[in-house]
Design a protein around this ligand. Structure first.
Ligand SMILES: [Zn+2]
Length: 371
């Protein structure tokens, strides 16, 4: 007997597992918006953390955003390459190839993204666009699903002008662009603002003006797939309680203003939550209600990975000082094997992401189906 699904359950259209771009990227954003959930956007800097992220997505039957910063890309390529810009391009390309090859076997959809690029890092993005052109010529798909431009410290007009130029290069390849409006506090690989007096609630620049969101959306959204990280008091990194004063109603006001002036449906803008580590669950849920589809997480997953390894070393102390046990004469190879202690880090990283999928309402929501 066939069972009919409840009428309230609207199934999102399925897409093939793997890295999304163009129409599949749009379908995934649409599924998040209609389903009222968001995806964790986790920073990785190695094949180990990339695999831990893919494992978390698979375990939770959820789609995911995997992103790499310029510093992470430099690390991915290895520290010995002398040309930093080239190393960043090679490292991000190596991660992209790694994820393209593996993601479809994990059975989930992945938004592959580059994190914060300010003006000095525009050459990094240009290099990656060139790599995407090559990949597109061979496969009909770009390497990355989206890139991020962070010119939030510059005047709005300059920010929009640079975003518009970049979208001219990205859109023909089916690549989206994320921009930042208003300043997110804290540290992000050296890009980020100082906290004023250690209390961001004193600093009005940590809150985006909805009029700026309207101006940016009106100018840029016709040019391609745009998402916006609007700051509402969020801080990169984790700080002592009381230092962060989130005001998600700024997101609601931005969506409402755009919907009213441009006569769109509710929540027209795909919004991004930066500095998600350490945030309160209620603020996160509210932000999702106001159209956040991407929730950046880095500090918490890095700490989880470090905790996993620290715990492992504490439990196998002898193996980190001796190859053979001085007490029993037993070889300790099985304990200091790189794969063992890295796996302990990966497992904790995956667990932390599982919590995140849960809070974001993303568990069991993957729209990837094998064709
Ligand atoms: Zn940011």
């Amino acid at each position: 007997m066939s069972s009919t699904p409840a009428p309230s359950v609207v199934r999102a259209p399925a897409i093939p597992p793997g890295v999304v771009s163009g129409d599949t990227y749009r379908a995934l954003l649409q599924a998040c918006r209609k389903g009222g959930y968001a995806l964790p956007a986790v920073n990785v800097s190695s094949s180990s953390t990339a695999n831990a992220a893919l494992a978390a997505a698979r375990e939770n039957k959820a789609d995911i955003v995997i992103q790499i910063s310029a510093g992470g890309a430099r690390f991915y390529a290895g520290q010995a390459l002398p040309d930093e810009q080239q190393a960043r391009i090679l490292g991000a390309t190596a991660l992209a190839q790694h994820v393209h090859l593996l993601a479809r076997h994990y059975g989930v959809a992945v938004i592959l993204h580059t994190d914060h690029a300010n003006r000095p890092l525009l050459g990094w993005i240009d290099g990656l666009v060139e790599e995407s052109r090559r990949h597109y010529a061979q496969t009909g798909r770009p390497l990355f699903s989206s890139h991020m431009l962070d010119l939030s410290t510059e005047p709005l007009a300059d920010n929009i002008a640079a975003a518009s130029t970049l979208m001219g290069k990205l859109s023909p390849l089916g690549i989206g662009l994320e921009i930042e409006l208003g300043m997110t506090g804290g540290e992000e690989d050296g890009i980020g603002q100082e906290l004023h007096d250690g209390n961001p609630s004193c600093n009005p620049s940590l809150y985006t003006n909805p009029e700026d969101v309207l101006t940016a959306w009106k100018t840029l959204s016709p040019l391609g797939m745009l998402s916006i990280a609007a700051s509402f008091g969020n801080i990169h990194g984790v700080y002592a309680p009381g230092n962060v004063c989130l005001r998600p109603e700024i997101l609601r006001a931005s969506q409402a203003l755009v919907a009213e002036r441009l006569h769109t449906g509710p929540n027209p803008i795909p919004l991004v939550f930066h500095g998600g580590s350490g945030s309160e669950e209620t603020a996160i849920r509210q932000a999702i209600n106001f159209g956040v589809f991407k929730f950046n997480i880095d500090t918490d997953t890095q700490f989880a990975y470090a905790q996993g390894i620290a715990h492992y070393i504490r439990n196998h102390e002898e193996a980190f000082t001796h190859q053979v046990s001085p007490l029993t004469g037993r070889p300790l190879k099985k304990s200091y094997d790189i794969r063992c202690w890295m796996k302990a880090g990966e497992d904790r990283f995956t667990q932390r992401l599982t919590d995140c999928f849960h809070i974001l309402g993303a568990r069991g929501r993957s729209i990837a189906r094998p064709s």
